[in-house]
Design a protein around this ligand. Structure first.
Ligand SMILES: Cc1cc2nc3c(=O)[nH]c(=O)nc-3n(C[C@H](O)[C@H](O)[C@H](O)COP(=O)(O)OP(=O)(O)OC[C@H]3O[C@@H](n4cnc5c(N)ncnc54)[C@H](O)[C@@H]3O)c2cc1C
Length: 416
């Protein structure tokens, strides 16, 4: 008889867990508080980027954080307020802003990124998912020669520690490769390993395939608690029903710390709010995904549109669309693009990234209930790490040899 599992959360992580569990023959139910795919996985930038191994907690970011208190329109913002969980999180984050810990975290992030990049190729082909997938690489674009030269230090570090090499492009090489950029930019660093897709399309296509394969998706069903017997969870409780199963997977993104009492450790996940605006395609649309590193703003081209995204705001679960943050995106992009972003706005959006202080996700079982698992805290890279996370969860639940070492993603690192 096949085993049953309830996955809580219908974001990209929950979807990937459901997919790989179903492949192994589990009867899967996904419980989603709102609509499948409508959380942080909806209108993010869509980068699948093995190049992004370094976490946010890095030398220099603390200074940027402090400056952000004085400059509320910059790419990083901490809204000053009394919130003991936020201050505790910031303290843990601050302690990790050292080169050695950054490299250590990168060593945990990289295997998930690399494995996921390979699994994306398999998943999209095997399931024929229409997600506007393009594997062209990514350009880190710089406006000043100084910033371009400065990135050489990061490139050297990435080469040495992670065997990740970018190709530097001169100003004229850049403009030949990417005619949508304004003339006069300093140059770029090119990562040929990276790819991108349209996240909302991907989530829709994956949901359809999950349902085709027999996964039950139950929307508008927020899990408000669990029933347990001795050391086992027996059912997930929603306001309307209870769902029993052999195992349970929490994939509730930035909301996951609400379930800490079932995990046996206070899970330090804060919502890191980011924004995006999707425009109709201009006459001269970027061909490559672009990151304007000096402004920390990203652009993703799709077949029928393009998206500008980014900014990181620690403001709790503030659900307003802050016009100043949106303006920051368009003003920053306008400084680089030949055609300024003044096309038809198709969507303005924000999402709460599930941020851990060390930048590393949690993929593990509860310290109290061995049949409750958690896959959360994927920070700024949930899409890029989703397939390997789903596969690892399926391996942990079936007690089979994991395809990558699960040690760095353990929950008990927060109880020390
Ligand atoms: C502006 C921006 C750009 C980004 N760009 C990229 C990018 O280019 N590449 C990349 O890899 N990542 C990117 N990210 C990060 C990425 O979007 C996230 O890491 C990822 O979406 C997290 O996925 P998730 O499934 O954990 O969370 P979510 O997608 O938020 O899913 C969690 C789900 O759980 C549900 N839920 C919560 N509580 C309950 C409950 N009690 N019961 C039932 N359901 C519940 C929620 O409704 C939600 O649907 C970006 C993020 C932002 C904001």
């Amino acid at each position: 008889m096949s085993r049953t599992v309830v996955v809580i959360g219908g974001g990209v992580i929950g979807a990937a867990c459901a997919y790989y569990l179903r492949l192994r023959g589990w009867q899967v139910t996904v419980l989603e508080a709102h609509r499948f795919g409508a959380g942080c996985s909806h209108a993010n930038c869509g980068f699948v980027c093995p190049s992004h191994v370094l976490p946010l907690a890095s030398p220099g970011v603390l200074r940027e954080g402090l400056l952000s208190l004085l400059r509320p329109t910059g790419p990083l913002r901490i809204a000053p307020r009394f919130d003991p969980n936020l201050w505790s999180w910031l303290w843990q984050f601050a302690r990790r802003c050292h080169r050695s810990l950054m490299i250590h975290a990168g060593g945990a992030i990289q295997p998930l990124l690399q494995s996921s990049r390979r699994l994306f190729d398999q998943l999209l082909t095997t399931e024929s998912l229409n997600a506007d997938w393009q594997a062209r690489g990514m350009l880190f674009v710089f406006s000043t020669p100084r910033a371009m030269a400065h990135y050489a230090h990061t490139d050297a570090l990435l080469r040495k520690e992670f065997a990740l090499a970018a190709k530097p492009l001169t100003s004229s090489e850049l403009h030949t490769l990417e005619p949508a950029l304004r003339p006069g930019l300093a140059g770029a660093w090119f990562y040929d390993t990276d790819a991108h897709l349209k996240p909302d399309l991907f989530m829709r296509a994956l949901e359809t395939r999950l349902i085709d394969r027999g996964v039950r998706v139950v929307e508008n069903s927020p899990v408000i608690g669990f029933q347990s017997e001795k050391r086992r969870i027996t059912a997930a409780i929603t306001p309307d029903a209870s769902f029993s199963a052999d195992s349970f997977v929490l994939a509730t993104g930035s909301w996951s710390s609400r379930f800490s009492k079932y995990l046996g450790v206070r899970l330090p996940i804060q919502p890191g709010k980011g924004y995006s605006i999707t425009f109709s395609r201009p006459a001269v649309c970027p061909r490559y995904p672009l990151i304007f590193e000096e402004h920390r703003v990203a652009i993703t081209p799709f077949t029928n549109s393009y998206r500008i995204g980014s900014t990181m705001e620690f403001a709790g679960y503030d659900d307003t669309l802050n016009r100043r943050r949106l303006a920051y995106l368009t003003n920053s992009a306008a400084a680089y693009l030949r055609e300024p972003p003044n096309q038809t706005v198709l969507e303005e959006w924000y999402g709460w990234r599930p941020m851990t202080p060390d930048g590393v996700p949690v993929i593990d079982r509860s310290l109290i209930y061995p049949n409750l698992y958690v896959a959360a805290g994927h920070n700024m890279l949930g899409l890029s790490m989703a397939p390997a996370t789903g596969k690892l969860i399926a391996e942990l639940l079936t007690n089979t040899a994991p395809h990558l070492d699960p040690t760095p993603y353990r929950l008990d690192r927060f109880s020390r």
